[in-house]
Design a protein around this ligand. Structure first.
Ligand SMILES: [Fe+2]
Length: 114
């Protein structure tokens, strides 16, 4: 592979990383809002912080820091593992929680007979 084509591949990968991350975070944030997730603000703040970090890395990369690709991979892998374990698993447990039984007579038969 020539230096030019390597650079093209890296350019596309960096763009895809930013786009995929935004799309994924938007999806999660929509799920949190639709389900009134109590940890929304903390989780969203973490997403915002990470997007800013990724954009800063992408900017460094655009300025020509080609060694950044390795640093990005190491950095993002570490972040992803922590984020999934700390934030996304908690959201998954919340979304998959059993439905609460609410209301007076919630267990009564629907046709009113006993
Ligand atoms: Fe998340």
């Amino acid at each position: 592979m020539t230096q030019r084509s390597e650079r093209d591949v890296l350019d596309r990968l960096m763009g895809a990383l930013v786009e995929h991350t935004r799309t994924h975070f938007d999806y999660e944030e929509r799920l949190m809002l639709e389900n009134r997730y109590p940890g929304y603000t903390l989780h969203k703040d973490e997403h915002d912080r990470l997007i800013q970090h990724i954009l800063a890395l992408a900017e460094q990369y655009q300025r020509g820091d080609l060694l950044l690709s390795f640093a990005v991979m190491v950095d993002l892998k570490g972040w992803a593992l922590v984020h999934i374990e700390k934030f996304d698993m908690a959201l998954g447990m919340f979304l998959n929680r059993p439905e609460p039984v609410t209301g007076i007579g919630a267990s009564a038969p629907k046709n009113g007979t006993r």
